[in-house]
Design a binder for this molecule. Sequence first.
Ligand SMILES: [Cu+2]
Length: 217
Amino acid sequence: MLRIAGTLCAGLLLATAVSAGELRAQVSAGGRPLADAVVVASAEAPPATTQAGTKTSTIIIDQVNKEFIPYVLPVEAGTSVNFPNRDNIRHHVYSFSPAKQFELPLYIGDPAAPVLFDKPGVVVLGCNIHDWMIAYVYVSDSPYYARTGADGTATLPTLPAGRYTVRVWHPRLDGSEAATAKQLAVPAQGTVETAWEITLKPDFRIPRAPIPGQGGY
Ligand SMILES: [Cu+2]
C-alpha cells in the first residue's frame, strides 16, 4: 500500500510540474522540409514574469571558415549575443537593421563585449570584408520559439497550457510573417501539432569569392 501511495504521490507531483504542453511544428516549402525557419508562439495571456534585459545566457554566433554559424539565431528580446571570430583573419560584423544597428570593427577572437538585442524584429548581419557572410538574429517578443532543423521540425517543449498565436518566419519567406499566424490551444499535457507550407523568395545570397588555385568556393 505504501508503495502505491508513493507512486500516486509522485504522479501528482509530476502532473503539477508538467502543466505544460508541447508544440511541434512542421515547416515545408515546395513540399520539402525547410530548415532555419523560426516558429514563435505568443500567449494570448502572457505571463508577467518575463523581463527584457535580464537574460544571462551566453549565446554566440561563431565565425568559422568565413561563415556565420548559425545562419539563423532566434533569441528573446533582452538577450546578449557574442560574436567570436574563430578564423585567423579579421572580420568586421555589422547590421543596419532598425531592430539593432551595430558594428564590431575588424577583429580576431572575442570582441570587447557582447551585443544586446533588446528590440523585437529581424536583424540582418553582414561582414564588411566578406560580402557573402550573412546571418539573421530573429529577436522574439515572446519567450516561446524554436528553429527548424534539417527535417523542417521545430519543437517548443514546455508551453504553459493556454491559447496561443503561432507564426513562422524564414529569411526567404515570401509574404509577411503576420500572414502565417494561426491560433491554437496548447493542452496541459501532451503534444499539439501544426504545419505550414510556405513560399520562398529566390535565394539572393552572394556566392563566396573563389579561392585562387581552387575550383568553386
Ligand atoms: Cu568576414
